[in-house]
Design a protein around this ligand. Structure first.
Ligand code: 5GP
Length: 205
């Protein structure tokens, strides 16, 4: 086994920006990279499994883990608690496995404040309308939940410039190419920063 440690890659995006599909594609098409499984107090959606998508736990269990300082970061997101487990990621990074954290902007800020070495990427949706469409088509959430997620999206976009990289997800294959480049190429040659900067400015104005 090599002594080289794995990288920690933080990926954030508003709900519906296509983050999960991009992460799934990266993990399925590459070796030596895994998605960290977080703990959450939200209920499993249809098709989700415990220890597969999340560790689904109660508020009491979550608070106990928090008290024991078992989280690298944790946050209240869309009214539920979510947290990254120290043991889960440290074990893999020590084994040389690259680990992706799919976390919200509050979690990212905590990781930055704790000076934990990471590469961070923010996925930008093409428009708020497109986000609404995607959340509706996905059909996983009620209208109330979708509205909360859209309000949060506008807030989250304000943090995009704190990340090392921004990727515009208007075309899946291009976004995937950029993400692969960020994670696996040292010179990140495949990133179109101009387009993402322009759309981000429009979304924030
Ligand atoms: P969902 O409920 O749709 O699976 O996730 C909702 C949001 O919670 C997503 O933006 C996701 O990135 C974020 N999230 C998932 N796990 C964690 C975590 O461990 N920590 C933080 N801070 N956010 C998380």
């Amino acid at each position: 086994m090599s002594n080289k440690k794995g990288k920690l890659i933080v990926i954030s995006a508003p709900s519906g920006a296509g983050k999960s599909s991009l992460i799934k594609a990266i993990i399925n098409n590459n070796s030596n990279i895994e998605l960290s499984i977080s703990a959450t107090t939200r209920m499993p959606r249809e098709g989700e499994g415990n220890a597969k998508d999340y560790f689904f736990i109660s508020d009491e269990e979550f608070n106990e883990l928090k008290l024991k300082d078992e989280f690298v970061e944790c946050a209240l997101v869309h009214n539920y608690q979510y947290g990254t487990l120290k043991s889960y990621i440290n074990e893999r990074i020590d084994m040389g496995i690259n680990v992706i954290l799919d976390i919200d902007v509050q979690g990212f800020e905590q990781i930055q404040n704790a000076n934990i070495n990471n590469t961070s990427v923010f996925i930008i949706p093409p428009s708020i309308e497109e986000l609404r469409n995607r959340l509706n088509i996905r059909g996983l959430d009620s209208q109330d939940v979708i509205e909360t997620r859209l309000e949060n999206a506008i807030h989250e976009l304000k943090y995009a410039n704190d990340f090392d990289f921004r990727i515009l997800n208007d075309a899946f294959d291009d976004a995937l190419k950029s993400l692969v480049s960020i994670i696996f190429d040292d010179d990140c040659k495949d990133i179109d920063t101009k387009k993402s900067t322009k759309i981000l400015q429009e979304l924030l104005s």
